[in-house]
Design a binder for this molecule. Structure first.
Ligand SMILES: [Zn+2]
Ligand SMILES: [Zn+2]
Length: 117
């Protein structure tokens, strides 16, 4: 079987800088395997800014974390659907659209529900 892999665009929560996350399809789940610093022009040229993914996201043991701050987790914004690195604090702010929210673990299937006060 041919390996299916792609790159998701993400922003660092600490440094407000762009990076790319390499993901690989394994058993119908996306697995994050690598992350690297990325320039905006580069992302546009490669079309990373136009790709969308759905499904479950897991983190490979080898995944090095955010190339700027080292955070291993990511959170996906509930408003714009884009990815930010996530250092484990419970309040997060999306660096793409500015929406605030409560982070949730993305180590299982993405399933956001309302409530939870
Ligand atoms: Zn970061
Ligand atoms: Zn957002």
């Amino acid at each position: 079987m041919k390996k299916k892999a792609s790159v998701i665009l993400a922003k660092c929560n600490q440094e407000k800088k762009l990076y790319g996350i390499r993901i690989e399809m394994r058993d119908n789940d996306w697995v994050r395997t690598w992350a690297f610093k990325l320039k905006e022009e580069m992302a546009q040229k490669e079309g990373f800014d136009k790709t969308t993914f759905s499904g479950s996201f897991f983190t490979d043991d080898e995944y090095p974390g955010c190339p700027w701050c080292g955070a291993k987790k990511c959170f996906i914004c509930g408003s714009c659907g884009k990815v930010n690195c996530y250092d484990g604090s419970d309040k997060v702010k999306c660096n793409w659209c500015g929406a605030g929210g409560t982070a949730y673990s993305d180590d299982s299937a993405i399933d956001v529900t309302g409530g939870g006060y």
